[in-house]
Design a protein. Sequence first.
Length: 214
Amino acid sequence: SDSRSAVARAGVILLAVKPQQIYAALGVLQSVLKKNQLIISIAAGIAMRSIETILARRHPIVRAMPNLPLTINEGITAWCANSAVGKAQKRIAQNFLSAGAMTCEVKESQLNAVTALSAVGQGVLYTFMALLLEEIVALRVPRAAADQLVRTTIAGAARLLQQSAHTARELAAHVATKGGITEAALKSVQRDHFNRLITHAVRAAYARAQELSR
Ligand SMILES: NC(=O)c1ccc[n+]([C@@H]2O[C@H](COP(=O)([O-])OP(=O)(O)OC[C@H]3O[C@@H](n4cnc5c(N)ncnc54)[C@H](OP(=O)(O)O)[C@@H]3O)[C@@H](O)[C@H]2O)c1
């Protein structure tokens, strides 16, 4: 098949199939895969050990967790390599993963936490923005203007944090003038246990990632 002949000529094989398709994909490749060909897997929740179990041998594997802003060159990809990956292969992997994303090498045991961060930092943030939009529209700002205001406020706040020497907590304190409007908002979310909401969301995402990678 096509993928078999492509693999026969490749130095690096990128596994970008859905997690549940990985066993079938590796099954097809197994007989043509040579033991020095680096596998880079982006399948969420599939442990490097599981890939080696399918191949029934030690094999150089890099596991990476990209995120969606990769599509606009603003991604961040956490990755790890097993001990079969040589120095040169590690450099190749790092170079490859740097296209469109910052990279961050972690231990495999930390990848599920990164996945939880990605889930909350994207899914929960977008939901927060959708709710914020509805509230601003309810205060009689036209939807188109409110939409632009929400997108740009959050994007600007995120960019400012990224370029700032201050922590997120320090920036929050900085914008919350005593007796002011931001302080009123912060006191309100504190009363409503914002921290508990975030703790629960992160733990739920982490638990699900653990479950899927079992
Ligand atoms: N989107 C993200 O931000 C993100 C972040 C981290 C990780 N991931 C991971 O990225 C992976 C891909 O996700 P996706 O949403 O892009 O999935 P997708 O759109 O379903 O793409 C999977 C691709 O794999 C191909 N494929 C399936 N079985 C194959 C086989 N046996 N041999 C060769 N190719 C095969 C499919 O081809 P056909 O269409 O011809 O079947 C399809 O092009 C997933 O494992 C996901 O967990 C995504």
